[in-house]
Design a protein around this ligand. Structure first.
Ligand code: XCC
Ligand code: SF4
Length: 630
């Protein structure tokens, strides 16, 4: 037995408490304090029963006032709120995808952005019907990008990527009228449907919520993933590290945070240049360390092995170390608190996107044409800030774990190719994995994703569930802040196989993988959809028959609900640890937790008791196995 040990949530919390002491010294605010001021939360909001979509309201539903002024009942109000919540998420992911498509459109042989994975570009060209014969790779890239951009607003027909789904799934989407049309149209249509005086029928609203979700998962997010791979490379297995201990006291620390890899890729590039390292040395540092928070971190970890400083609820901790010269953000999941917090330290809080502008930040407007200069300026600004550190405030918790990441579908396939031993050639298929599931060596898989939320003890749900599942021979594919929780705990270290059941342990040894596979950022949940589609095709099972469930135990964002909707609509049961704002309506709640199963062969389960949530997932996986007769 090696000395390998997982890091516990108690250890995370002790480190955080120590950092909060630094915060107290400088008069900093923290989310831990703000939570106290915000609880208990408003029950009308939490149950979805407050409507403020017209100025006759706001209307709140109570036993004495069962209808809003327009006569809308609680089911209509909750349903509309749910649909708007979903569409906020679809819009956000999809607009991220659009930004990447624009970056691809700008790519050129001598520009800031180049095509790093031409093979994937050619595959996409074939899918989009773009001519490739005898053409320059950049001409192809531009036409693929443009075709992708057209998916956002095409006037007729439905999206291209859903054709990647198995026939059965596509038929469901058509039958249920939830096959997404143009990406933007689904968001617009959701806003239209929820305007005063339109839909108040729960079925109609939930159907549109599923369609809007699908336009994200099989549209905008998928675009974001694929085009990022073309530009920055499809992730391959790579070693990295996770948790605050990746920051180096003697170095200039730059932390990248947000979601869009275009900026962070450039920053990593410059921070690694001799010119910048020499400059850092001339300023008294020993070097430059770039680390990440949230999904930007996942993007650069998967492609470059850049270490992960932490996930969502750890973003303030990065500044609290007193050793962060710059926290550079692009879009999404950025606490506005970072502005005032940075002012308590020497840290520069640098915003870069017109989409995410915040008070108390330095705004360096980033765009693909000036990307190189922007990134250089940011790196220089951080270096020049090193001398302003208050040494008395510096404390970096010496806590980190090794992680092996980079499990794109392509990488998983390559890994499986190393263990094909059947008489029939199964190279390039998911058959080795399917065989393990059939034989019971692996019981199944859980796709665990999503955020942290102070409503759940941060990271504890992710980590405890993962430990329980791998002990039961269930493999995990993870993304987003769930992935970072796993990495911080040590569950992405290959030695974590020690904590698996005998079957999964054997698989980890043979295939040489950790039991928890990092598939990327939140838009990369589209990779999981592709993986599920591949497994369904190779096994002959429908997606809903695969012993696979989705889980977001600590989710918080609108994006997470959009994700949940497309995962469920793809036929994968989804388990949540936090209620969506929908329990105020028995009809909406009933649809989400049961009724939609008649449409899409899957539904939601919400359970606050995390251990129970784990039992329910295991039970569901076993039910699916029994139904398959395996
Ligand atoms: Fe944001 Fe993607 Fe959630 Fe993490 S997991 S808090 S959405 S960074 Ni998507
Ligand atoms: Fe009230 Fe109806 Fe207006 Fe909503 S739409 S605020 S329920 S009057």
């Amino acid at each position: 037995m090696s000395e390998f040990k997982l890091t516990t949530v108690e250890e995370f919390e002790a480190a955080t408490n120590r950092l909060l002491e630094t915060g107290a010294k400088v008069g900093a605010d923290s989310w831990q304090m703000r939570v106290k001021n915000q609880t208990p939360h408003c029950k009308f909001g939490e149950s979805g029963m407050c409507c403020r979509i017209c100025s006759m309201g706001p209307c709140r539903i109570t036993p004495k006032a069962p209808r809003g002024i327009c006569g809308c009942d609680v089911h209509g109000i909750v349903g509309r709120n749910f649909l708007r919540f979903t569409s906020g998420g679809s819009a956000t992911h999809s607009d991220h995808g659009r930004e990447i498509a624009h970056t691809l459109y700008e790519a050129s042989a001598d520009g800031n952005y180049k095509v790093k994975d031409p093979e994937k570009l050619l595959r996409l060209a074939a899918e989009f019907g773009v001519e490739t014969e005898g053409r320059d790779i950049y001409d192809i890239a531009h036409e693929v990008a443009e075709t992708g951009l057209m998916e956002y607003g095409k006037p007729f027909g439905t999206l291209v990527f859903p054709k990647r789904a198995p026939q059965h799934t596509q038929e469901i989407w058509e039958r249920e009228e939830i096959l997404p049309r143009a990406i933007d149209r689904e968001v617009s249509c959701s806003m239209h449907m929820t305007h005063m005086g339109n839909s108040s029928k729960p079925e109609a609203l939930i159907r549109q919520a599923l369609r809007s979700g699908l336009s994200d998962g099989w549209g905008g997010s998928m675009m974001g993933t694929e085009f990022s791979d073309v530009l920055f490379g499809t992730p391959k297995e790579i070693d990295t590290e996770a948790n605050l201990g990746v920051m180096v006291e003697e170095n200039v620390n730059i932390v990248v945070h947000g979601h869009d890899p275009s900026l962070s890729e450039m920053i990593c590039e410059y921070a690694d240049s001799k010119e910048m390292i020499d400059y850092a040395k001339s300023m008294g540092a020993q070097g430059i360390t770039v680390s990440g928070v949230c999904c930007t971190s996942n993007e650069v970890a998967m492609r470059r092995g850049i270490p992960m400083a932490g996930n969502f609820l750890q973003q303030e901790n990065v500044v609290l170390t007193g050793a962060c010269e710059a926290i550079v953000v692009d879009v999404q999941c950025i606490f506005p608190a970072l502005g005032p917090l940075s002012r308590c330290f020497h840290t520069k809080f640098i915003t870069t996107s017109p989409i995410a502008q915040m008070p108390d930040s330095d705004f360096i407007r980033f765009n693909s044409k000036t990307a190189g200069e922007n990134a250089k300026l940011i790196v220089k600004t951080a270096i020049e800030n090193f001398k302003n550190r208050n040494k008395d405030l510096v404390y970096i918790p010496q806590m980190k774990q090794k992680a092996t990441v980079g499990f794109s579908v392509e990488q998983i396939e390559k890994k499986l190719d190393t263990v094909t031993n059947s008489h029939v050639d199964v190279t390039g298929t998911m058959m080795p994995l399917i065989d393990c599931v059939k034989s019971g060596v692996l019981r199944g898989a859980v796709a665990m994703v999503g955020c942290n939320n102070p409503k759940v003890r941060p990271d504890a749900a992710h980590i405890e569930l993962m430990k329980k599942l791998i002990a039961n021979d269930i493999i995990l594919v993870v993304s987003g802040c769930s992935a970072q929780a796993a990495a911080k705990a040590g569950l992405m270290d290959k030695r974590a196989k020690e904590f698996c059941g005998a079957g999964l342990k054997r698989v980890c040894e043979l295939v040489d993988i950790p039991p928890v596979l990092h598939m990327g950022s939140c838009v990369d949940i589209s990779r999981m959809m592709v993986l599920a589609a591949r497994i369904a095709k190779d096994s002959g099972w429908n997606i809903s028959q695969i012993p696979l469930v989705g889980c977001a135990p600590e989710w918080m964002s609108e994006k997470a609900v959009s994700i949940g909707n497309y995962v469920v609509a793809t036929g994968i049961d989804t388990y949540l640890g936090v209620e969506p704002y929908a329990y105020g309506s028995s009809e909406v709640d009933g649809l989400l937790k049961g009724g939609i199963r008649d449409w899409v062969e899957a539904a939601y389960t919400v359970e606050h008791d995390i251990d129970k949530l784990g039992d329910m997932m295991i039970e569901r996986i076993e039910e699916k196995r029994t139904a398959l007769g395996i």
